[in-house]
Design a binder for this molecule. Structure first.
Ligand SMILES: [Zn+2]
Length: 253
């Protein structure tokens, strides 16, 4: 049995003291592929090094909506260069987040549009972050008819899930699905075909229910798979295999 953590932040500044240990634990838990999401210059530099060292850790990069506090995206040219040099497996996470309302919508939209176009240009899949912003996400993405995209850390409604699936995109579930108070989200999952599902940790954030309050890490993606298996009436082996195959197809085809 193998698991694919489709979204973890391994190289954020000061996030992990001993990354080799974290990766060893992931391997020990049969997490055999990890997408490492880089969101600034430092994490991208370290992320490219990490991918050199471990051939099963793949780098993706973009400025998150939380980094869009003016119109100057200082990461963009480096992401573009890395993408064109085939050092990235995906563009992201990028998107729109209107939940806190700290960053101006116009800057978020500008950044999101630029990364969308880069994904299109480089033929790489796009990892989208969307919170309270689905309508604008679809409005912008539909202009470029994006085929390969995943809505990461999905916490939306059934309606929103349907719109994601209508576009042929995937939906990724994090440890949030394991939380005691996530019964609405578990209901949404019931109606999402397993062929459209990825699993992720979003480490170091969002530890699953049994580890809440601790720093999250890729090994914990197994708990998310267990909860999905329960909801879908499948064995853990089946969910591991299906989500692994989904992610392989999505990132490597
Ligand atoms: Zn993330």
């Amino acid at each position: 049995m193998e698991f694919f953590d489709s979204h973890a932040h391994l190289t954020g500044e000061g996030d992990y003291e001993n990354l080799d240990e974290i990766i060893k634990r992931a391997k020990g838990a049969n997490v055999t592929k990890i997408i490492n999401i880089c969101t600034d210059l430092g994490s991208l530099d370290r992320g490219l090094e990490l991918s050199k060292k471990y051939d099963f850790v793949f780098a993706a990069a973009a400025t998150t909506p939380h980094g869009a506090d003016n119109d100057n995206d200082i990461l963009f040219e480096d992401v573009k260069k890395a993408a064109l040099n085939k050092k990235l497996i995906a563009i992201g996470e990028t998107g729109l987040d209107y939940f806190y309302g700290f960053e101006k919508k116009e800057f978020q939209k500008l950044f999101f549009t630029n990364y969308l176009e880069l994904a299109k240009e480089t033929n790489l899949p796009l990892i989208i972050h969307a919170r309270d912003a689905f309508e604008d996400i679809f409005k912008i993405a539909d202009k470029v008819e994006l085929k390969r995209a995943v809505l990461h850390c999905f916490t939306g409604t059934e309606k929103e899930a349907k719109k994601v699936l209508d576009r042929g995109w995937l939906i990724s579930f994090s440890g949030i699905i394991t939380f005691k108070n996530s019964s609405d989200l578990r209901d949404v999952l019931k109606n999402i075909p397993i062929e459209s599902i990825l699993i992720e940790t979003d480490a170091p954030f969002l530890s699953p229910q049994s580890k809440r309050g601790q720093k999250n890490e890729p090994a914990n993606v197994v708990e998310t798979a267990e909860v999905i298996a329960n909801i879908k009436n499948k064995s853990l082996e089946e969910i591991a295999k299906i989500t692994f195959d989904n992610a392989n197809k999505f990132f490597f085809s």
